[in-house]
Design a protein around this ligand. Structure first.
Ligand code: PMP
Length: 395
């Protein structure tokens, strides 16, 4: 069969190949990007689904508006307000996960050959999605405080990109969080250079101690004109359930209208049943309680993973302990003559029945082969200790 040329730009993900091995009996996996299903508020979601089917079966089971189910848009407006960002219900559209928002951004903004700046490393699905639209991706370096803003400014001046894609809070895979000072500078740079900034924020609520700095969106009120250049993607996936497929996109009016048009031809609208259930759920005052449990559980798992890595791998590995989210981003140092290639290490680890993802696929170019991503979200504390001990043996 002759497939479309656009598929030539992407490879099947190395991670997907690795996932095939995860079914091995007894394996402990730090490889996935899934939240812990044991923490889903099943009772609240069941109650919400039953309630909307009882009170509003017609609209909930009928076709609906492409922009989203209005009661959910209203609830999401309140949710964003509580996070410090003023967004009218009509200032956002509901998307089928934030993944669809990323696709709509690609569809509406990227022409073949357009330059797009992403963090190095960044979310693999964004790399693949933007490449499908013909983007020429340019990686901007990051450190523990997120993207290096001096370098980003330089890259923007040099390449005049169509857009800059950032995960400012508890990045996937980096775990890094952009400092407040850098956030403000990025908004100023966006206005001065007329550059679209996409803020992808699925992890911002998963903080372990203090809340992270306000989102670019929330800060945009203090930088005149910056809202005109800002696109914000949110999601219920990591705070309620990814199976609901409820995300949202906040953007300037004209972009939102075009994204809505493209969504119409793609899936017509996000499932009304899950949108209505999510809207009802958000009125129940359960989310804060459910989130408190998620934060506490992940914080403990992250602490144990950090301590275990230090004791089992010592100076053969370096990492920045994340303050939230789901991931450790680590680098093999080669100390004591140990392996530095994370793909080779991943294969040995699988033999010892422990899995993680090598970091290379998360780079748009010039991959650092010594990096790796470890998720602490789904394994309990005992499994984390055992899994990291196996990593020590594998290395
Ligand atoms: N952006 C980032 C950075 C992610 O890590 C993910 C999920 N792993 C998504 C977007 C997509 O999430 P969803 O479509 O479930 O909202």
């Amino acid at each position: 069969m002759q497939f479309a040329d656009r598929l030539n730009a992407i490879e099947t993900s190395a991670i997907r190949e690795l996932f095939k091995l995860l079914g091995k009996p007894g394996i402990i996996s730090f490889a996935g990007g899934f939240p812990d299903p044991a923490l889903f508020d099943v009772e609240g979601i069941r109650e919400s689904t039953a309630a909307v089917l009882a009170s509003n079966p017609g609209p909930v089971l009928q076709y609906g508006a492409t922009e989203g189910y209005q009661p959910l848009r209203e609830q999401l407006s309140v949710f964003m307000k509580n996070k410090g960002a003023t967004v009218a219900p009509d200032g956002l559209i509901v998307t089928t996960g934030s993944q669809q928002a990323l696709d709509l951004i690609g569809k509406t903004l990227i022409s073949p050959g357009d330059k797009v700046i992403v963090e190095a490393p960044t979310f693999l699905a964004t790399i693949q999605c933007f490449r499908l639209y013909g983007a020429h991706l340019i990686g901007a370096p990051i450190d523990a405080d997120g993207v290096n803003v001096d370098k980003l400014e330089q890259l923007i001046e040099e390449h005049k990109p169509k857009l800059v894609y950032l995960i400012p809070t508890f990045g996937n895979p980096s775990g890094a969080t952009l400092s407040l000072a850098r956030r403000k500078r990025i908004l100023e740079i966006a206005v001065r250079t007329g550059t679209v900034i996409v803020e992808d924020d699925p992890y911002g609520e998963l903080y372990f101690g203090d809340a992270p700095p306000a989102s670019l969106l929330a800060l945009s009120d203090s930088v005149p004109g910056s809202r005109d250049w800002l696109v914000h993607c949110g999601s219920l996936s990591k705070i309620l359930s990814p199976g609901l497929r409820v995300g949202w996109m906040i953007a300037p009016t004209e972009l939102l209208a075009r994204a809505t048009m493209c969504k119409q031809f793609s899936d017509a609208h996000t499932s009304n049943l899950t949108q209505a259930a999510a809207a009802h759920y958000l009125t129940l005052n359960r989310l804060d309680g459910a989130l408190a449990v998620v934060r506490k559980t992940y914080a403990e798992r992250a602490r144990v993973m950090g301590e275990s890595l230090r004791s089992a791998l010592g100076d053969a590995i370096t990492f920045n302990a994340p303050q939230g989210g789901m991931f450790f981003w680590a680098r093999l140092t080669g100390a004591q003559g140990k392996e530095t290639n994370a793909t080779v290490f991943a294969q040995r680890a699988i033999e010892k029945l422990v899995a993680f993802v090598p970091g290379a696929p998360f780079y748009a170019h010039d991959a650092d082969a010594s990096t790796l991503r470890l998720s602490f979200a789904t394994a309990d504390v005992a499994k984390i200790e055992e899994g990291v001990a196996r990593l020590g043996q594998a290395l």
